[in-house]
Design a protein around this ligand. Structure first.
Ligand SMILES: [Zn+2]
Length: 143
């Protein structure tokens, strides 16, 4: 009986030790990622400084010359994309609606509406007009 007790105790202690280690490691991992984050931010700051130096006309070596050119190109591309997004926002109706509207308008502008089944033929000139039209599309006389 005593043996079992001491065995359970041992297991208990080892579990406690393990979970303490896990907590310790979790803290260390958090510290690690926080330090890595700080380092990354400094990298970015340094990069921004280099960019600033170049944008004020300075230069600090061939390697950075190329990187600056790349950044300028990307900035232009970003500006382009932003403009396109703005232009799309300014369109009131969705594009498919506009297309549909165009098709209808074009059909109404065609004087010969032979593809419309219901039609009214002008007594004066023989032009086929829409059944709802009050005036002839071709000569303008009252239908
Ligand atoms: Zn007519």
């Amino acid at each position: 009986m005593e043996e079992i007790k001491s065995m359970i105790n041992k297991i208990g202690k080892s579990i406690t030790k393990t979970s303490k280690d896990i907590i310790k490691n979790t803290k260390l991992t958090m510290q690690l990622s926080s330090q890595e984050e700080k380092l990354k931010n400094i990298y970015i700051e340094v990069g921004k400084k280099v960019y600033e130096i170049y944008s004020y006309g300075g230069n600090i070596g061939k390697y950075f010359d190329e990187k600056y050119e790349q950044m300028v190109d990307i900035e232009k591309e970003i500006a382009n994309i932003k403009q396109m997004i703005e232009e799309n926002k300014n369109v009131d109706k969705p594009s498919h609606y506009n297309n549909q509207q165009e098709i209808i308008d074009t059909r109404n502008n065609i004087p010969n509406i032979s593809n419309v089944e219901e039609c009214r033929i002008c007594n004066s000139c023989g032009q086929k007009n829409n059944v709802n039209d009050k005036f002839c599309l071709k000569c303008g006389r009252t239908l």
